[in-house]
Design a protein around this ligand. Structure first.
Ligand code: HJL
Ligand code: ZN
Length: 174
């Protein structure tokens, strides 16, 4: 089960296991009716080291999982968030259970724009599901990432589990 996944056991390129680890992070996120519970992991492809993990609302404020990864990395490398691209290793990849947001109802900076601001250090974004059309419609992150030369890969197989965790705090319609 996802909860038992040991990050130290994860092999490079085992996208399914990284996604399960991201899902285990999502389960820690406090349920909230107005967003999704998401988990995210940033990996250095040269060393296969996990550079940062994040989950929705992990950091103070209305924080997204990917945003938490980037804020934690900025702190780790002692730079402001907008200079993260200068200090990250040359090739990193992002796993996120739900595709990065391209619009936020709160008006905060969408995670796809945070990724694009980091620039060409992020090579690939692996997403477990596309964003459901509940809060915003027509998520454009895949198109925007690909337009910027960042590969977008849908890691299939965990959709039900990811959506169950993501929507746990939502009112269920019968
Ligand atoms: C992703 C997250 C998260 C969302 N998506 N990829 N990671 N919470 O950690 C997307 C959803 C927004 C709503 C509400 N959720 O979160 O579209 O209040 O949560 O800014 O649009 O916006 P706020
Ligand atoms: Zn986001």
């Amino acid at each position: 089960m996802a909860e038992n996944t040991e990050p130290s056991n994860l092999e490079a390129g085992d996208h399914q296991s990284y996604m399960e680890f991201a899902l285990s992070l999502a389960t820690i996120s406090p349920p909230k009716p107005t967003n999704y519970r998401v988990g995210a992991v940033v990996v250095d492809t040269a060393t296969n080291e996990i550079l940062a993990t994040g989950y929705t609302l992990e950091l103070p404020g209305n924080t997204h999982a990917e945003q938490c990864c980037f804020e934690k990395l900025a702190k780790k490398y002692s730079v402001p968030s907008d200079r993260l691209g200068e200090v990250l290793p040359d090739s990193v990849i992002l796993y996120t259970t739900v595709e990065p947001c391209s619009q936020r109802l709160s008006g905060n900076l969408p995670c796809v724009d945070r990724i694009l601001a980091i620039g060409n250090k992020i090579k690939t974004v692996f997403a477990g599901v596309y964003e459901p059309e509940k809060f915003v419609s027509a998520n454009s992150s895949k198109r925007k990432l690909e337009a910027a030369g960042i590969e977008f890969v849908h890691v299939a197989g965990l959709e039900k589990e990811i959506l169950d965790v993501a929507t746990a705090g939502h009112e269920k319609s019968i």
